[in-house]
Each structure stands twice: as structure tokens, then as C-alpha cells.
Design a protein around this ligand. Structure first.
Ligand code: BGC
Length: 468
């Protein structure tokens, strides 16, 4: 009886979570069209398709030492990046976790703290890499900044902070100029330092990967959040100021798509669980696509599905485990651990459940098999959706055209892509649903490590002659 109930529920679950070929193609086309609209509309309301003002990619031969500062959702990393040519780099960094006080406090406190990390790198840890006049402050030091949050950029070193997600809620940050905030903090700390470039982490991923493989045309991050950067013709970026477009006509620019905010329930394959997650989120009706697939949300979706199965008597004998009602308590890392569990009787998965929740009766092997099926399906949907949205950027650049034999190189990075078992294979399977074999065989998805750090240093280098 219970087995039949579970089988029927799994069938219904599968049919709502498995995204078919025609649906992936529809998402791809819808994302292409949303992208075109966002390239035409200059508005803080639609913070998508953001110009990066990065007009050239590295060749791999660049040399020199440059400083980068990379603020992500968890850590701030300040690094001296030595570009050695031949696509090789050496990185010496000062890394520190962003404490709760800095996430939620005054914007000035966060920037003071980041300025102190730069001082630590230049005067202590990386002192030997800088000239005496850079160390004593008589010569200006220049740095590239990677910002993993949306910024409405108006030049390579100008841009307004639009919104800080990922648990940040700074006092007086929205609308402030990011570079001015850094310069004010450098002044408060008596430093002779300037920001020569600001980039999104996906722009950093693309630029850093291009240093290793100059054919790279797309940079993707699948981590706590998700996003992608690609190369667009300046002529198509209608929202750029007219004089900029005519001065740079026929050139190209890296675009931070902010693809995370694309998509609407009108065409995304939203399930009842996605609706529930959205309703319980701090920013309802925002980032529909990201909430269906990124590392911050997959665990929570799994928790909602499991709760429904327990409600219907198809898991844990119909008894809710203690603590399972806590939102976001089931992490995406638990899903990875369950997929990686090849122990006899799924003992690792059973231990993971009993270590984190209170059970009246220990979960059975069958319970774990059902949960394994659920997590596999949710992560497969994530990878297939990532393939569909990445393919919208392939289409946008016409990289898939039949008369080309060039590899389609995608630099990709992020905890989900790097650490979630079988994610890479599932992403490729997504591309295989969307494209014929002759295109798929040209798609090269390559791991791009250290995009934030190396990318910002490269961009600082690419525009250093302009700014110094
Ligand atoms: C942010 C993007 C960022 C992405 C990956 C998203 O939530 O809005 O700016 O690139 O996460 O870190």
C-alpha cells in the first residue's frame, strides 16, 4: 500500500520535474528575447545585460603583477596575481570570511575592513612583490575589484550598487558608487590606492578563462547563486550612451547578463514546490530561474518535496522528523552527499539524516532510495536548465551555426558545478537534448578556477594604460 502510494507520488513528481526537449528550447528562445529587451532598456528596474566596459580579452601572453579584490557571498580575497605569460599565473592572497557585522552593518565598516586587507597584502604578506614606493605609499597602487552582486556599470571603473543579495543588507549601500566607496575607505586609512576596474564574478570567470583558452566566449557560475557573462557586439547594446556606441562601433564588449533574474512562471516549468519556495522567500517574485536551480535553493526544494511525501505517508512512515520543518535546514551539500553514497544499505545517507534530524524510527533503505531519486531529479533539472540558459548565450553569439567548426568554449566555475556529483555529465546531457550531435561535439565546458581573483587582475592590467 505504502509502496504503491510512493510509486504514484514519484510518477507525479517526475512528470513535473523532468523538463523535456521542447521546453528547454522554449526557455532558450525566451531567454534570448528577454536578453534583447534588456540590452535595449537602461533601467535600475531591469538590472540585466549589464555592460562591463571590458572591450578586449587577454591573449594569454600578458605579464606583470596586479592586485585584485574579490568580494563574494562568503569571503573577501585580496590577491597579488603574477601573470607569467603562456596562460600561467601565481596567486598570493589574503583571504577572510565576511563576518555578520560587516554583512548587516554600515557600508563604511565593510569598506574599511576590505581596505585593511589590501594593506595587509601590500605591506606584510606580499611585501616582496611590490616596490618600496608602493609599500610606503609614495606610489599609487591600482587594483581590480570583483563584485558578485549586481552593479549598474557606467564605465569600467564606475557603477552604482543595485542590490546586495546572499545575506547582505548594508545600511545606505543601494545607489552608492562602488568605486567612490572604496576610494573614501582608502583615504580614511591613509592609503595611496585606486580602483582601476570593477567586474562581476562571471565577467572575471570569462576573462580569466580566456587567459588560458583564448577561444572562451562564455563564463558561467553555478554556485550559491548563478549567472553568466558573454561577448556582445557594441552595436547591439542599444542602452549604451550614443557617443560611446559610435566611438566603439563594430567592437565587442563582455556583458554581465545577470541571467539569474531572467524568466517568468509564464514559461518556466514551475512546480508546486517552486511556488511554495518562492512564497516563503525574502524576495518573492524575484530570480525565478535562480531559485529553481542554484546551490542556495536546491536543498530547500528537496526539503519541501520530502515534507510533502511524508505528509502523504510515502516517507518515514508518515512521521515528520524533528527539525525537518526548519526552512533551509536541508542543505544542497546533503544532496551531494546522498548522491555520493555507495555504502551498503545507504548507511552514510541514513547517518546524515539521523545526525541532522530527530527520528522516531530510523529511516529505511527504501526511504533513502526515494530521497536519492528526488535529489537526483532536482539536480538534473538544475543542470538541464543551466544548459538551456547557457545555450541562449550560444545562440546570441551565433556560435552554433552550421558552417562553423570552431569549438564553443565555456569557462565555468562554482561550488555546485565543481563539487556536485555528476553535475557536469548532466549539464552535457542537457546540451544533447537541445542541440544535434555536430553542435554538441563542439561544446567544450571547461573548469575556470579563481575567476574572481585572476579575472579582476587581468582586467586591471588590460585597462591599466588607460587609467594610470
Ligand atoms: C548575483 C550575480 C552573481 C551570481 C553568481 C547572483 O545571485 O546576482 O551578480 O554573478 O549570483 O555569484
Amino acid at each position: 500500500m505504502v509502496a504503491a502510494k510512493a510509486a504514484a507520488l514519484l510518477d507525479a513528481f517526475d512528470s513535473s520535474f523532468n523538463v523535456r526537449k521542447h521546453h528547454l528550447e522554449l526557455i532558450r528562445e525566451a531567454f534570448v528575447n528577454e536578453g534583447i529587451r534588456a540590452l535595449e532598456t537602461d533601467s535600475d528596474e531591469i538590472p540585466a545585460m549589464i555592460p562591463s566596459y571590458v572591450n578586449s580579452l587577454p591573449t594569454g601572453n600578458e605579464k606583470g603583477t596586479f592586485i585584485s579584490l574579490d568580494l563574494g557571498g562568503t569571503n573577501c580575497r585580496v590577491a597579488a596575481v603574477q601573470l607569467l605569460g603562456d596562460g600561467k599565473v601565481e596567486v598570493l592572497e589574503v583571504k577572510s570570511a565576511v563576518s555578520g557585522d560587516f554583512r548587516l552593518g554600515k557600508v563604511e565598516s565593510l569598506f574599511n575592513w576590505m581596505a585593511e586587507l589590501v594593506i595587509e597584502l601590500v605591506t606584510v604578506k606580499g611585501r616582496h612583490l611590490f616596490s618600496p614606493s608602493e609599500v610606503d605609499g609614495s606610489e599609487t597602487i591600482y587594483l581590480g575589484v570583483t563584485w558578485s552582486f549586481p552593479v549598474n556599470q557606467t564605465d569600467i571603473n564606475r557603477g552604482k550598487i543595485l542590490r546586495m543579495g546572499k545575506g547582505f543588507s548594508l545600511v545606505n549601500a543601494d545607489g552608492r558608487d562602488l568605486v567612490e566607496l572604496f576610494h573614501e575607505a582608502f583615504e580614511r586609512k591613509g592609503m595611496n590606492a585606486r580602483v582601476s576596474a570593477i567586474i562581476n564574478d562571471t565577467v572575471g570567470t570569462l576573462v580569466a578563462h580566456a587567459y588560458q583558452n583564448p577561444l572562451a566566449r562564455i563564463g558561467v557560475i553555478i554556485a550559491t547563486g548563478t549567472n553568466a557573462a558573454y561577448i556582445e557586439k557594441v552595436d547591439n547594446i542599444v542602452k549604451l550612451p550614443k557617443n560611446y556606441r559610435s566611438k566603439h562601433a563594430h567592437e565587442s564588449m563582455v556583458i554581465n547578463s545577470e541571467i539569474d533574474i531572467f524568466g517568468s512562471p509564464a514559461y518556466l516549468p514551475v512546480t508546486e514546490y517552486d511556488v511554495q519556495l518562492m512564497a516563503g522567500s525574502a524576495q518573492p517574485n524575484f530570480q525565478h530561474y535562480e531559485k529553481m536551480m542554484s546551490g542556495m535553493y536546491m536543498g530547500e526544494l528537496t526539503r519541501l518535496v520530502i515534507t510533502d511525501f511524508v505528509d502523504k505517508g510515502a516517507l518515514f512512515g508518515g512521521v515528520h522528523p524533528g527539525g525537518f520543518d526548519v526552512p533551509y535546514s536541508f542543505q544542497t551539500a546533503f544532496m551531494s552527499a546522498i548522491e555520493r553514497d555507495f555504502t551498503a544499505g545507504h548507511s552514510d545517507s541514513i547517518n546524515l539524516l539521523t545526525d541532522n534530524y530527530e527520528f522516531l524510527n530510523k529511516p529505511t533503505e527504501r526511504d533513502v532510495e526515494i530521497i536519492h531519486h528526488i535529489v537526483k531529479t532536482i539536480s538534473t533539472r538544475s543542470a538541464h536548465l543551466a544548459a538551456a540558459t547557457t545555450s541562449s548565450l550560444i545562440q546570441k553569439q551565433d556560435l552554433h551555426r552550421d558552417d562553423s567548426t570552431e569549438p564553443i568554449v565555456i569557462g565555468i566555475n562554482g561550488s555546485v558545478y565543481e563539487h556536485y556529483p555528476f553535475y557536469e555529465e548532466r549539464l552535457m546531457a542537457g546540451f544533447e537534448l537541445i542541440y544535434p550531435q555536430n553542435v554538441c561535439s563542439r561544446i567544450k565546458v571547461e573548469l575556470a578556477r579563481d575567476g574572481g581573483t585572476v579575472g579582476a587582475a587581468l582586467v586591471a592590467m588590460l585597462c591599466s594604460s588607460k587609467n594610470k
